[in-house]
Write a protein that binds this ligand. Structure first.
Ligand SMILES: Cc1cc2nc3c(=O)[nH]c(=O)nc-3n(C[C@H](O)[C@H](O)[C@H](O)COP(=O)(O)OP(=O)(O)OC[C@H]3O[C@@H](n4cnc5c(N)ncnc54)[C@H](O)[C@@H]3O)c2cc1C
Length: 440
């Protein structure tokens, strides 16, 4: 009996998961990645003298990201994260007031309720409103509803939004509440808050993302028998009717796709049209909007007023940055500030982006002005870090699997529809799931 064979194009989280899953089902697999490293949108920037060591932006995951954690175990990286037993999040108001949300250990719904009742950043009436919002998570969201509409329906005030909901929405959906599909956001919250407290915990990386994903994934894939080719950009597909017959590579090579062989495109939504040509489903997917993440890494910026928590939400609507993040175990003087879904930042020049980060930090930690103004920085700008998973995006996201009219061409990636926003968990889930479609 001949062994089924396939190509996976794209070595991000989705492509890595797909390659493992295909190999596990007995396929012979070749993974083709355009860059010289695996890991896709989660990677470490090359070292540059005098600049802080940095990833392309801080990433965190939740304890409930089961499929992504499965992938981490597979490549031996799960211990590369600080794994708290429950959620802890610090808040900074402009002027320097720090408050904390800390879920006690135990069942998350009870713990979250207790943590909100103790949340000093909110007045008593606001805490009760927040609890009302929390019960709304149990009830779910309506189809086509934005998270902003959901918040209004649940009577959430501006302050409750600023402190509780907006930071969570930015962290999970990477966009403003008015753009977020409430169903996807609430679905993630339910995974996080309807189980043990550990599901809601934020896992903080101890190492750079290339060390966590790209490098170990390559070794584990090769050990599993996947042929990995990096620096190998696919620039076109040759087709015969519904079947892809060859892949054209940037260096002029042509890889024949034999009868019975499949191609899985694990590339971002905006890379699809270039490969696939014009097609209804591709045009729809290409219409998805990207959402940016801008990060500024600081070094030599320790000050007693700047908290050492791994994630601090910068509360308020004035500044363009939303979080201060630290790698677990990093020295006190190293951190990054991150703007998630701040579309207004994308057009700014690098100097203005860094200046805005310094100004906002000074507004939050005025006593640290001197060190913040003098600290060396490094900027990481990703214009299309994720898709904007708004209610309208639902019709543009195909499920992972064969595209209509394609006999041997399938897609996966964080932009495909697995009932989740565009996250590492969604990417891993789509990669594992696409294989079910290949077999069907
Ligand atoms: C700065 C930043 C911060 C983020 N923070 C978080 C976070 O905290 N938590 C979270 O869950 N998610 C976060 N995300 C989102 C997360 O990184 C993505 O959802 C996930 O990595 C997407 O994986 P993917 O495999 O679907 O796509 P990608 O990672 O984009 O992988 C696609 C791969 O295909 C390759 N490719 C494209 N075209 C071709 C071609 N023609 N030939 C060959 N190869 C090709 C690309 O080079 C790439 O390696 C963040 C993203 C960014 C950018």
């Amino acid at each position: 009996m001949s062994v089924p064979a396939g190509y996976v194009v794209g070595g991000g989280v989705a492509g890595i998961a797909a390659a493992f899953a295909m190999r596990d089902r007995g396929w012979s697999v070749e993974l083709l990645e355009g860059h010289h490293h695996l890991g896709g949108r989660a990677f470490t920037l090359p070292d540059r003298e005098g600049l802080p060591h940095a990833d392309n932006g801080p990433h965190v995951i939740l304890g409930c990201y089961q499929r992504f954690r499965e992938l981490l175990r597979r490549i031996g990286s799960e211990d590369g994260f600080l794994q708290p037993r429950s959620l802890g999040l610090a808040y900074s108001d402009p002027g320097g007031r720090i408050t904390r949300l800390q879920l006690p250990r135990g069942p998350a719904p009870v713990g979250f309720g207790l943590a909100i009742l103790r949340l000093a950043a909110l007045g008593l009436g606001e805490r009760l409103r927040a609890l009302r919002g929390l019960t709304g998570v149990l009830l779910g969201a309506r189809q086509g509803e934005s998270f902003e509409e959901w918040l209004s329906r649940r009577g959430q005030t501006d302050r409750v939004r600023d402190v509780l909901w907006d930071p969570m929405c930015r962290a999970i959906m990477n966009c403003e509440a008015r753009h977020a599909d409430a169903r996807l956001f609430v679905a993630t919250l339910r995974r996080a808050f309807l189980g043990s407290g550990a599901h809601a915990a934020m896992w903080i990386p101890r190492r750079g993302w290339s060390e966590l994903i790209g490098t170990p994934a390559r070794a584990a894939l090769e050990e599993a028998g996947v042929k990995v080719r990096t620096g190998c950009r696919v620039v076109g597909l040759e087709r015969d009717g519904e079947r892809v017959t060859a892949l054209r590579l940037a260096d002029g090579q042509r890889l024949v796709v034999g009868v019975g062989e499949a191609v899985v495109l694990a590339v971002p939504w905006h890379g699809l049209a270039k490969l696939r040509g014009d097609d209804g489903s591709v045009a729809r997917a290409s219409g998805l909007q990207g959402s940016p993440i801008v990060s500024v890494y600081f070094e030599s910026a320790a000050h007693p007023t700047i908290p050492l928590d791994p994630v601090v939400a910068l509360v308020g609507r004035d500044g363009p940055y939303h979080f201060l993040c630290r790698r677990a175990g990093a020295p006190a003087d190293r951190f990054a500030v991150l703007s998630g879904g701040g579309a207004g930042l994308v057009g700014l020049d690098p100097g203005s982006l860094v200046a805005a980060a310094r100004d906002q930090l000074v507004a939050h930690f005025p006593a640290a002005e001197e060190v913040l103004r003098a600290a060396p920085t490094r900027l990481a700008k990703e214009s299309r870090a994720t898709i904007v998973a708004d209610p309208g995006a639902a019709t543009r996201r195909p499920a992972p699997g064969y595209l209509p009219g394609c006999a041997n061409l399938a897609v996966c990636g964080d932009w495909t529809d697995v009932g989740l926003p565009s996250t590492l968990e969604g990417a891993a889930e789509s990669g594992f799931r696409v294989v079910d479609a290949l077999l069907a």
